[in-house]
Ligand binder design. Structure first.
Ligand SMILES: Cc1cc2nc3c(=O)[nH]c(=O)nc-3n(C[C@H](O)[C@H](O)[C@H](O)COP(=O)(O)OP(=O)(O)OC[C@H]3O[C@@H](n4cnc5c(N)ncnc54)[C@H](O)[C@@H]3O)c2cc1C
Length: 298
């Protein structure tokens, strides 16, 4: 049976990775707390190798020990989630293994001596399928935690080397992880003034949603921080609900929200491009629609 290794350095949400590796023997390699290792063991994996907590070491310092574990099995697949910590570890391990890395992956099929990987290109506008011979390192959405499994956890003493964290300090601006948001209220140039951001935030609060925007509102006028704009050069999001207010829906924005379950667009222009891909289209002035929705929800 082909084998897959799943690298875990963040939390234990690996449901999509386990699903992608169906039909292979899955080993999870965890750098993190014992609690994370135990939670991973509850997913449908065959075994967990726990290398301990990083402590003051950066995750890259575990690249050697993790690569040793993986290389011994020469698996077809090494999977990691899109969480920053998992990507860091996967990249460092791929370098050790000399393996190619695929990001923005939507599908993986294991073949006899490697894997076929479908991945997004040009910011997600198109997809390409590549065949990898040997070990493929693949980054895809982690998904929710699996449950019901009871894999054995093998503790392996790792000697991290090379990279130590010498200082931690808060970033100059708040980084928002829109990728985790279940609901997003996003606004574009239909908004006329920075003062009106509060109106949008009130709707977001009523929906228990994150706020986001099109690029001009973050890079043109700075009404939102740059980590809140969605699109080809911004964040790619996949909430259950994406509410697009006064956003025309040009391709560079729209591709960033194509993972959304339901898209609702509000626009005064009945011919705006977003109406061609939204699930629900409201032809209307956001200055009428937003307060009305907020009132209805509170
Ligand atoms: C290389 C490149 C990369 C880019 N990357 C990104 C990216 O990652 N993300 C991104 O967002 N953009 C990106 N852009 C910019 C993108 O092409 C668009 O210019 C941008 O998305 C337009 O933003 P918008 O929809 O808010 O503004 P507009 O296109 O100006 O649309 C405003 C919309 O608001 C509507 N409107 C006006 N008043 C109201 C009202 N009162 N109520 C309701 N609706 C109203 C209008 O009818 C219009 O449809 C990129 C561009 C380039 C060249």
């Amino acid at each position: 049976m082909p084998s897959t290794y799943i690298l875990v350095a963040g939390d234990a949400r690996i449901g999509n990775l386990v699903a992608a590796a169906a039909g292979t023997r899955i080993t999870a390699v965890v750098v993190g707390t014992r609690a994370v290792a135990d939670a991973v063991a509850a997913s449908a994996v065959a075994t967990v190798v726990w290398l301990g907590e990083p402590g003051e070491n950066a995750l890259e310092a575990f690249a050697g020990p993790v690569a040793d574990v993986v290389a011994a099995a020469a698996p077809q697949l090494v999977l990691a989630s899109t969480r920053p910590s998992d990507r860091v570890l996967a990249g460092a391990v791929a370098a050790r293994l000399g393996a190619p890395v695929s990001t923005m992956v939507s599908e993986v099929v294991v073949s006899g001596d490697g894997a076929q990987v479908t991945r997004g290109v040009y910011g997600g506008i198109a997809q390409e399928v590549v065949a990898v011979t040997g070990t493929a390192v693949v980054i895809l959405d982690g998904g929710a935690s699996g449950t019901g499994g009871d894999a054995p956890v093998e503790e392996v003493a790792a000697v991290p080397a090379g990279v130590v964290v010498v200082e931690n300090r808060p970033a100059a601006r708040t980084q928002v992880d829109l990728g985790r948001a279940q609901r997003i209220v996003s606004v574009g140039r239909g908004l006329k003034s920075q003062d009106d951001v509060a109106m949008v935030e009130a709707l977001a609060a009523a929906l228990d949603a994150e706020t986001a925007c099109s690029r001009p509102l973050a890079e043109g006028v700075s009404w939102f921080t740059k980590d809140r704009y969605v699109g080809i050069t911004g964040q790619h999001v996949s909430p259950d609900l994406y509410l697009a207010l006064g956003i025309s829906g040009q391709l560079q924005h729209a591709v960033g929200a194509r993972g959304a379950g339901t898209i609702v667009a509000v626009n005064t222009d009945k011919d705006c491009p977003y109406f061609k891909e939204a699930d629900y289209c409201i032809v209307g002035d956001l200055y009428d629609v937003v307060p009305a929705l907020t009132r209805a929800l509170t």
